[in-house]
Design a protein around this ligand. Structure first.
Ligand SMILES: Cc1cc2nc3c(=O)[nH]c(=O)nc-3n(C[C@H](O)[C@H](O)[C@H](O)COP(=O)(O)OP(=O)(O)OC[C@H]3O[C@@H](n4cnc5c(N)ncnc54)[C@H](O)[C@@H]3O)c2cc1C
Length: 835
């Protein structure tokens, strides 16, 4: 074993080996993989090998697509057959909501370039004659999909890596990982030490144990998963003899299982409610090719559902049951990317569909390591999307929930109930009493919308088809009746959200935005450093506010901040709550180490209320001595003020496009301040509003959001951030790429009015066509209540971005006419904001 390498990958499952393969493909020959036992002896060997392309995430979808395409080429490249059976994959729908989910997905798939077809029950029956079509209303099929032999796939990737000079050492356990003062890593094993520049952890069920070696609490806990294989069935054997093709992978999503042929018999894998976490303290040191005792009782309802669908399943004996560990994260997506707080330490952990994701995850991680950034927006799988709140107790509940919900309908507004409430702001109980229907972000409870007193989902909306997996509504933690019936279409909350929007336009609303991430940057070097990190220029005078973005090397957008200059050397940054760990890690890694700049995270020290609407000044003025007139307190400025006997830093900005202030206050004064504002607001009819109203209001202002219109996949100028990018500044991150990127722009940000929508607005990721040709995708969408128009924000071919251009948007498999309209269709001159 060599003593020095550029990269050491820890873990020889499919994920680690794919990472090694892709590093070698990127030209990093000097890389080494260490596996404590044999390759694949963790979770990989016992996987069912399915490669589902289906995924509602634009980024994970791209990773899966890449994997499937790569795996087909491995034999030609390495000479090893990975056992790819392209038998196609059918997903059944037994409820209208499920059909909507497929329709929505089909739009995403179109934008990614994944082939999806709709099938009638009769067409499914032709392909799967052993299946009964009772209750099936439709289906989708992925013709490119199928299954693979996981161990053979891993060996093919391993050979591909070795062919390019990478080394693999088996039976070598990594016992310690430490960073030297030089920044290099020292990887210790019983067989010696390796000094290296980068370390990648791909240790499956061992993730928390390996994380502990480097002081990281990695948010991964495995869950038990079982599948059953039957004896051969005569009908399947007969099909084989007749030369008929395999029937393909069948998924009955509404009954939460997959089924496929296996050696003339059938393989059934349910995702059941009640599957327990396992390896809470990590697997044993001798664990190898480990399986748990089967527990068929737990599977019974799913087996019964499978038998109802495919009676042949009951006609043959069960040959074998596999019960093995699958790593899970709280949201079910893997964690792929840099470790927080450590340089050159990378995580490729938490894979629950690791056979499917390994190719794409290895590809993007290798790009990240070698080129400094990935080319696909990886926010949905970034390890930093969870925070320190995700401790072991939280993880146990969330990973079991994520497992049980693998097949649940992923409604756009779905809010999962486990481990909630966790982080509450001081106004939580007050908001709850006012009818808040909460959502959760980064562990915080945030009001989504407000239901009237005693309101529950109307009976008619709750008529739920009789399928095994069906909870299309919120389940309040206190056991009260559901208040929101989730849907891909406008739902029961729609009119209430509309009333909130109109109230903010006509009177005033208050929104608790305390989960915003907040940081202070100070010191003699603060202004210079911020000007080098962000594309916009820092406000020149204390009291000024600027909207600023951090760009990638290629000119894409990584993060957004509202920056308030508190004093000559003191800046206050307000950034996305969900990205707190990501942005904090990014800022810390970029900060100079010469003591000229001090960074502090103050998220939990400060709460934020948004007070917005034409009566905002009338409400706030009597509570403060500060002059709130526009002359004394113009738009885009801020200052500390007293509010009654409480205090706040008032920033004259908001994300809704009305007169208003954000009141950043000591969090311990939150309840007092809320009461003061509500009391003062009584005669002005101040009412609370939620995040969903805010989302509608920001659409009408064409305000962009990171992860949607702003992404590393789109150049900042493509996203229309011209006025926030100061190309005249001498240097800032991504500047060099911008001029080049602009000339070669492939996309342009636009606002669309969508015509003829009656029940399903765009939501983001719908495909956009011009004369039948795919020319872009929506990034957000919804109903604009102030304009009374269905709207969408979109990225599309630059020559088609002129106002007036007529396009077609496909929403839930139906085409709608859409027109490009001028940006900020509501109050384009910002007169209301500046009033
Ligand atoms: C029953 C079952 C069916 C499944 N079916 C599918 C499916 O159909 N499709 C799909 O996509 N996924 C499926 N999965 C999930 C899939 O198996 C995993 O997502 C995948 O194998 C994860 O691969 P990995 O490389 O991350 O982890 P692993 O395969 O567990 O590899 C991690 C490796 O790291 C090594 N390691 C740990 N610590 C150290 C150390 N300190 N030093 C050296 N080495 C170390 C371990 O020995 C292990 O070999 C299934 C899982 C189960 C349990």
């Amino acid at each position: 074993m060599k003593s020095h390498a550029r990269v050491v990958v820890v873990g020889g499952g499919v994920v680690g080996v794919s990472t090694l393969y892709h590093l070698a493909r990127k030209g990093v020959q000097d890389c080494v993989l260490l596996e404590r036992k044999e390759l694949t002896s963790g979770s990989t060997w016992h996987a069912a090998g399915l490669l589902p392309l289906f995924n509602l995430s634009y980024s994970v979808g791209q990773l899966h697509k890449y994997s499937v395409a790569l795996y087909k080429t491995l034999e030609a490249e390495t000479g090893l057959n990975a056992g790819f059976s392209q038998v196609s994959n059918i997903r059944l729908a037994c409820t209208p909501d499920r059909m909507d989910e497929y329709r929505y997905y089909a739009g995403i798939a179109k934008t990614i370039g994944v082939d999806v077809r709709f099938l009638t029950p009769e067409q499914v029956k032709e392909i799967w004659p052993l299946a009964d079509m009772d209750g099936v209303i439709g289906a989708i099929q992925h013709p490119d999909d199928g299954y693979i032999q996981p161990a053979d796939l891993t060996q093919a990737l391993a050979r591909g890596a070795r062919m390019r000079g990478a080394e693999i050492h088996r039976n070598v356990t990594v016992t310690a990982i430490t960073q030297k003062p030089s920044g290099e890593w020292l990887v210790t094993t019983a067989q010696g030490e390796i000094t290296c520049e980068h370390v990648v952890l791909a240790t499956g069920s061992f993730a928390r144990k390996t994380g502990a070696m480097v002081g990281l609490d990695i948010p991964v806990i495995p869950v038990e998963h079982q599948y059953l294989v039957t004896e051969p069935h005569p009908a399947i054997q007969q099909r084989k003899r007749n030369g008929l093709p395999e029937m393909g992978v069948l998924r009955e999503s509404d009954a939460s299982y997959y089924m496929r042929e296996e050696n003339g018999g059938l393989l059934l894998g349910p995702y059941e409610v009640g599957a327990p976490c396992c390896y809470l303290n990590g697997p044993d040191k001798d664990s190898e090719y480990e399986l748990f005792q089967p527990d068929l009782d737990r599977l019974l309802p799913y087996i019964e559902a499978a038998i109802k669908r495919v009676p042949a399943f009951a006609e043959v004996g069960i040959k074998q049951v596999y019960n093995g560990a699958i790593a899970y994260t709280p949201d079910g997506s893997p964690i792929v990317g840099p470790a927080w707080g450590k340089r050159n330490l990378w995580l490729n952990e938490g894979h629950s569909f690791g056979i499917t994701a390994a190719g794409g995850a290895g590809w993007q991680l290798a790009e990240w390591i070698v080129e400094g950034e990935p080319s696909i927006d990886m926010m949905g799988v970034d390890p930093r999307r969870f925070g320190p709140y995700a401790g072991a107790g939280y993880l146990k509940q969330k990973t079991e929930e994520a497992y049980a919900k693998v097949f649940s309908i992923h409604f756009p507004e779905e809010e999962r109930g486990a481990a909630r409430p966790l982080r509450r702001t001081p106004s939580y109980d007050r908001l709850k009493a006012l009818g808040a229907v909460f959502g959760s972000v980064f562990g915080w409870e945030r009001p989504g919308w407000f239901a009237p007193p005693g309101y529950t989902v109307p009976e008619a909306e709750l008529a739920i088809p009789d399928v095994l997996l069906n909870t299309p509504h919120d389940t309040p933690a206190d056991g009260s009746a559901p208040r929101e019936r989730w849907s891909f279409r406008r739902n029961n909350a729609f009119p209430f959200i509309g009333a909130e929007c109109r109230h903010v336009r006509d009177a005033a609303g208050i929104l608790d935005m305390s989960p915003f991430a907040k940081y202070t940057v100070s010191g003699p070097g603060a202004e210079d450093w911020l000007n080098r990190v962000f594309a916009n220029r820092m406000p020149r005078k204390p009291g000024g506010i600027a909207l600023c973005h951090v760009l990638t090397k290629r000119g894409g957008v990584l993060a957004e901040a509202t920056i308030f200059r508190e004093a000559e050397q003191d800046f206050y940054l307000v950034m996305a709550g969900a990205q707190e760990r990501h942005d904090w890690d990014m800022l810390q890694k970029l900060a100079p180490r010469d003591g000229s700049v001090q960074l502090q995270k103050v998220t939990t020290q400060l709460g934020v209320f948004v007070l917005a609407g034409p009566r905002a000044r009338d409400i706030l003025q009597p509570l403060t001595d500060a002059d709130l007139s526009s002359a004394a307190f113009p738009w885009l400025t801020g200052k500390p003020i007293s509010v009654g006997h409480a205090q706040a830093t008032a920033l004259r900005v908001n994300f809704v496009g009305e007169l208003g202030w954000e009141l950043h206050h000591p969090i311990e004064m939150g309840a007092t301040l809320f009461d003061l504002l509500l009391e003062a607001g009584r005669k002005h009819d101040l009412r609370p509003f939620g995040m969903k109203a805010m989302d509608s209001l920001r659409l009408e202002k064409s305000y962009r959001v990171v992860g949607r219109e702003l992404s590393i996949e789109y150049g900042a100028l493509e996203s229309g951030l011209d006025r926030f990018v100061q190309l005249k500044k001498p240097a800032f991150l991504g500047r060099a790429a911008l001029a080049e990127a602009h000339a070669a722009a492939k996309n342009r940000f636009v606002t669309l009015e969508v015509h003829g929508v009656t029940d399903a607005d765009a939501r983001g990721s719908e495909p956009i066509f011009y004369r039948g040709e795919l020319i872009g995708r929506t990034t957000s969408g919804g109903y604009g209540w102030r304009l009374e128009k269905s709207l969408a924000l979109a990225m599309l071919r630059p020559d088609l971005g002129e106002p007036g251009t007529e396009l077609t948007v496909t929403i839930l498999a139906k085409d709608f006419k859409a027109t490009v309209i001028a940006e900020s269709p509501y109050d384009p001159r910002n007169e209301r904001l500046k009033a």
